[in-house]
Design a binder for this molecule. Sequence first.
Ligand code: XIL
Length: 359
Amino acid sequence: MRLAARVTLTCALTALIGCGGSGDGPTSPTSPTTPNTPTTDNTPLRAYAAAHSRFIGAAVDRGFRYAGSDGVNFRALMAREFNMLVPENDMKHSYLQPSQGVYRFVSADSLVAFAEANGMRIRGHTLIWHSQLAGWMANGTWTQDQARALLADHVGTVVTHFKGHVAEWDVVNEAFNDDGTRRASIWQNTIGRDYIERAFIAAHADDPSVGLFYNDYNIEGINAKSDSVYAMIQDFKQRGVPITGVGFQSHFIVGQIPSTLSANIQRFAALGLEVHLTELDIRMPPPATAASLEQQAQDYRTVVNACIAVTACNTIVLWGVSDRESWVPSTFSGQGAALLFDESYAAKPAYAAVQSALK
Ligand code: XIL
């Protein structure tokens, strides 16, 4: 309620970033922001998600690079379709603490303001990760005590800054290897394996009501890696280490959705956790064809259905809005076209599939 009240107030006061398309009801089909959907249903995704008390989100990139006139269509589409926003980069260590003890919140704060002006819940991503660490941290030499203090300072400062604005945090990201062993990282190597629970305990101490998630990739199906994450969280539960849920990143390949996705969601939910699909995209080798787009739509339907079949799976986040700004082409060579909207912000068959599944 506290957040909702602030959202309304911010919306009323904000002329600069606007509140267009923020309602959860259908908007006029003549609106310039209505996606060119391959369906006659003009109801935004967020309206169907909200009707079932669920969140459908998208990641938005650094410093709100779609600010200004370049971003008009992007922002309108984002506000119309999604009731959750995740900063794709702006809340990572290198962005928030570029020099030791010097925190810069301007970019992240602008995303928070946009989200709140448009009635979106905010997932914080991410507090402790081996990647996108500031150079001073990554290249430094630290004793165990120093590293523990740096972890506590970063978690404490960031969680406190966003208290009341960020609904849940990916507290620790990608701490495991695919074979289920712990990933070597500056945190693991200096602090030891309990750095993960230290981060959760610190975050909880600074904001007892914020959601706390462990997030990783290749844990969407049942395998050695997800077994290790499961065992860690089961142990946290038994020992009273605070944790709200698990995030399955869900960077998938067209035609290759793990067959054990449903069973895996169910077993984590049975631990008393929320399960979020935190970075969903389903990539393919471009150019997209009618057949590959149809297969992609089918795969999105499979994933969304697996999630919404379980009450605890209440959040699905796309890792970007359109193929225009997706991280996929620059990361996976020869792959792309992974999201719901194409490079011109036209809805793809996958959009209609997600829309009908959420409905
Ligand atoms: C990616 C971003 O999308 C890119 O813009 C950035 O250059 C690198 O990071 N797993 C995660 C995300 O948890 O933070 C990553 O995001 C994608 C993989």
